[in-house]
Design a protein around this ligand. Structure first.
Ligand code: AN7
Length: 379
């Protein structure tokens, strides 16, 4: 193997549905940093280790690239000339970029006025046909399913099984880096594709390690090449957090008019509903909800005190974890991974709106600039 990193399909080829002749559509996705937090764990006053998996450092700035490299690779292999998705923004950005890379067309349905500016720019810049609908993500998803029956397009939302196959590799990377699975893995939940994909990844990895027999992973459903081994080592408890105004897993039913500042997870009808409940049961985890205020506070804390800038939806994983650490639901001594699903630059409007950092406009003189420095110097 060459030293040059060429993307997650190449790296995990033996665990993904590709053959030797498959033409890989890749932008070098995956291999993202797992950053150990310094300040925030101390702030909790509890003895916990928190790592963030910074998925915002994928090529288009979100974890969607992991799934999209697989979905577009398989679409091209199967002869497809066009892909389609509904999106709250990140899926559309990834679809547009990977379609451009492959030389095929992308059609993206987005909720009119409700996606972050950076994501809109990406879809447009990569040459996708951007269709804004006067409805929300859930309306778009319904339309995509219907139109795909009448037009020669491949759906690349996470109902496309190759998406989750690509996304499961994030769990592989975490286990390899930590030496074993963490105790808790916290994620923001929208359609619940990513929490499902991580569980598949952890389960496959655990099976492959071949420790003691405990249980079969129900999620493999016979598909996994390791099912016959039926052995599992440590897997984390999976914890999914939703925005309070958009929390069907907390309500126990679909939500028709989801609202949250975290537009990426403004989803009321999750596509992986049954699978996510199974993940919760199998892993011994849970779902919870976070207010928009708690989400934005966690985003700001990460940016100001750790130097890590993620988008609001991503900070939901940390906001939820902090609440559960405080209550003791996540006990002391735990090793916790929070996935930061997307980059903060995706949504500059929300960032600037909530920023309280001092910004001053002064005359272009030495005196004025020196005064600005001295009056903002930390004590
Ligand atoms: C930053 O782009 O659904 O639970 O259409 O962009 O797997 O849906 C985005 C989802 C979390 C939720 N964080 O993941 C889309 C879309 C960010 C996201 C999620 C999304 P899932």
């Amino acid at each position: 193997m060459s030293a040059r990193y060429t993307g997650l399909i190449e790296r995990y080829r033996d665990r993904l549905p590709v053959s030797d002749d498959t033409r890989l559509i890749s932008l070098g996705e995956g291999n993202t940093p797992l950053i150990k937090l310094n300040y925030i764990p101390k702030l909790t006053g509890k003895d916990v280790e928190i790592f963030v998996k910074y998925e915002g450092l994928n090529p288009t700035g979100s974890f969607k690239d992991r799934g999209m490299t697989m979905a577009v690779t398989k679409a091209v292999e199967e002869g497809s000339k066009a892909i389609i998705c509904a999106s709250t923004g990140n899926t559309s950005a990834a679809a547009a970029a990977y379609a451009a890379r492959a030389g095929i067309a992308a059609f993206v349905l987005i909720p009119d006025g409700k996606i972050a500016l950076g994501k809109l720019a990406q879809g447009m810049m990569h040459g996708a046909t951007v269709i804004q609908i006067k409805g929300n993500f859930d309306d778009g998803m319904q339309l995509v399913k219907e139109v795909a029956e009448h037009a020669p397009v491949t759906i690349v939302n996470s109902i496309n099984p190759y998406r989750l196959q690509g996304q499961k590799t994030a769990a592989f990377e975490i286990v390899e880096e930590l030496g074993e699975a963490p105790d808790y893995h916290c994620l923001p939940v929208g359609n619940a594709g990513n929490i499902t994909a991580h569980w598949i990844g952890y389960s496959e990895y655990a099976c492959q390690l071949g420790d003691t027999v405990t249980e079969a992973c129900a999620l493999c459903e016979g598909e996994c090449q390791y099912t016959n081994v039926v052995v599992c080592s440590k897997r984390p408890k999976m914890v999914g957090y939703q925005a309070a105004g958009s929390a069907p897993f907390m309500r126990g039913e679909m939500v028709d008019n989801p609202e949250t500042v975290a537009t990426a997870i403004r989803i009321g009808h999750p596509q992986s509903w049954d699978r996510a409940w199974k993940v919760k049961e199998e892993s011994g985890g849970w779902f919870d909800e976070c207010t928009d205020e708690a989400i934005l506070a966690a985003q700001k804390l990460l940016a100001e005190k750790e130097g890590v800038f993620c988008e609001p939806a991503s900070a939901t994983s940390l906001a939820g974890a902090l609440a559960d650490i405080e209550s003791g639901k996540i006990p002391e001594g735990s090793k916790i991974v929070c996935t930061l699903t997307g980059h903060g630059l995706k949504d500059p409007d929300t960032a600037i709106k909530q920023s309280t950092a001092p910004m001053v406009t002064v005359d272009a003189t030495l005196d004025a600039v020196r005064n600005a420095i001295l009056s903002n110097m930390p004590d």
